[in-house]
Design a protein around this ligand. Structure first.
Ligand SMILES: [Zn+2]
Length: 477
């Protein structure tokens, strides 16, 4: 029970505060209501801060990733050597057009499809072919430079184990199913992830998109799930934690432009935007949709900004300093969600750069409004497919749960191996199936196919056996 004097003191303070507030609020209301002068016709917008033009930055935000890599990925050492046409021997039976010579002393090293590679057969009855380079006379295996090279484990077992990892089984679970040591599975995963990252870099470039949805999700939601802390509190507390998964997706083709793990900071947002820029075609400035994370704005400005000399406001005095402003074609909108007790109570849209009309003009042909629904659907998929994100967190080494590696693997698996229902195409002629089921009416397509990066659905085995060339190859034709 509260002692009475204290209670009355509190009551008094409360009443005084109430009076003050009423005094502040009322007269202004009456003044506006009673004003007789005609006011300029203005849309009754309450959220005036939405309409305030962006003042610009006085400094160009630095990007750590840009500072590290000067060039855009690996560059070819020069022009490719001339194509070789075989003049002797039998016509070639085995297609070697995707192979390249790995030998450093060879003029044809790293170049694909120049006719210098021939297939020899399987030495000692092994599972892999031996390939021969007619330029340098060197020999190498068809698995050279892939995760399957030099492995004593049966190739199928390795492919299945990696498939299980890509489907969301944890490292320990995979170790149990395939009866191998967990450290072996981790070693496989590390190697496969490196390969997957190179694979993504090789294929994902010069992509043209009209919009990009960017989001970050927290990997380990256990504290939130058990209700110990609220979502907002958890985000506040866990911002520095390195367990955020950042994803950028093109909602049209469903292509996952980048998938990365890290903290929830400006530096990380900049790294993600940097990766998106690497994937997009030069000069492609899409509409960006993000959540309300404040540093997303600065991260976008890092790569989509320019210096602008503002006009003088006064006749006298020094000219205003130039400001770092968004590119005129940059469109950026935020979807701000208010969550209370794990329930969505309000969704607010905020056009940050550009106008609502231009943003809607981009979205209208797709039949949608400002939203981040696609990426939120993806978040769920990632939770199901990346064990380190989902409920089963298998930590092998302290602080290293294989999150980065699983993300790199899933990035390729999602883009190239998993057909996405929303980008499938109807077949002109329904194909009869072998069983008693109904005829096949759809052509399955992956996001990478929808984006025009590849022409078929890749199997994981194909991905693992693909020898990624060390630099981009000239387009065929
Ligand atoms: Zn060679």
């Amino acid at each position: 029970m509260m002692p009475d004097p204290l209670f009355y003191q509190l009551l008094l303070v409360g009443l005084v505060w109430l009076c003050l507030m009423l005094h502040v609020v009322w007269p202004s209301d009456r003044a506006t209501a009673g004003r007789t002068t005609p006011r300029p016709a203005k849309a009754p917008r309450k959220r005036s801060h939405d309409l305030k033009p962006f003042p610009g930055l006085t400094r160009k935000p630095p990007c750590a990733a840009c500072a590290q890599t000067h060039a855009h990925g690996p560059q070819p050492p020069g022009c490719p050597p001339p194509r070789l046409v075989p003049t002797r021997g039998r016509p070639r039976q085995v297609n070697t057009s995707s192979h390249f010579c790995p030998h450093a002393n060879c003029d044809y090293q790293g170049w694909v499809g120049l006719g210098n590679i021939s297939a020899n057969g399987h030495p000692n009855g092994g599972p892999w072919r031996q390939l021969h380079c007619s330029s340098c006379g060197g020999y190498f295996q068809e698995t050279h430079g892939t995760p399957l090279h030099g492995k004593r484990v049966a190739p199928e077992k390795l492919v299945w184990a990696v498939g299980a990892l890509a489907e969301g089984l944890g490292i320990r679970a995979v170790a149990r199913v395939f009866e191998v040591d967990p450290n072996t599975v981790l070693a496989w995963l590390v190697e496969v992830a490196e390969h997957a990252a190179a694979f993504s870099q090789y294929f994902l470039h010069d992509v043209r998109v009209t919009q990009v949805q960017l989001d970050e999700l927290f990997a380990l939601l256990s504290a939130v799930k058990t209700g110990e802390v609220s979502d907002a509190e958890a985000i506040q507390r866990l911002s520095r934690s390195p367990h955020w998964v950042w994803a950028a997706i093109d909602p049209v083709t469903k292509l996952l432009l980048t998938l990365d793990g890290g903290d929830r900071t400006l530096a990380m947002a900049q790294r993600v935007v940097h990766q998106v820029v690497q994937v997009l075609a030069p000069g492609c400035v899409p509409l960006f949709l993000t959540d309300g994370f404040k540093d997303s704005l600065t991260a976008l400005l890092t790569h989509y900004g320019q210096w602008v000399q503002l006009p003088r406001r006064h006749d006298k005095g020094p000219a205003p300093k130039p400001r770092w402003m968004p590119l005129p074609q940059l469109l950026y909108a935020q979807v701000i969600k208010t969550v209370r007790r794990r329930r969505l109570v309000r969704v607010r849209h905020r056009v940050v750069f550009g106008t609502l009309e231009t943003v809607n003009a981009v979205l209208a042909p797709l039949g949608c409004q400002i939203n981040t629904a696609f990426i939120e659907r993806l978040n769920l998929t990632i939770r199901q497919h990346v064990a380190a994100v989902g409920r089963r967190v298998s930590t092998l080494c302290k602080g290293e749960d294989g999150l980065q590696q699983q993300l790199a693997l899933y990035h390729v698996y999602y883009n190239f191996c998993l057909p996405h229902a929303s980008v499938r195409q109807p077949l002109l002629q329904p194909e009869a199936t072998h069983g008693t089921g109904s005829a096949k009416r759809w052509q399955p397509r992956t996001p990478a196919m929808a984006a025009g990066l590849t022409d078929h659905v890749w199997t994981l085995r194909e991905v693992l056996l693909f020898r990624v060339p060390p630099w981009p190859q000239p387009a065929e034709g």
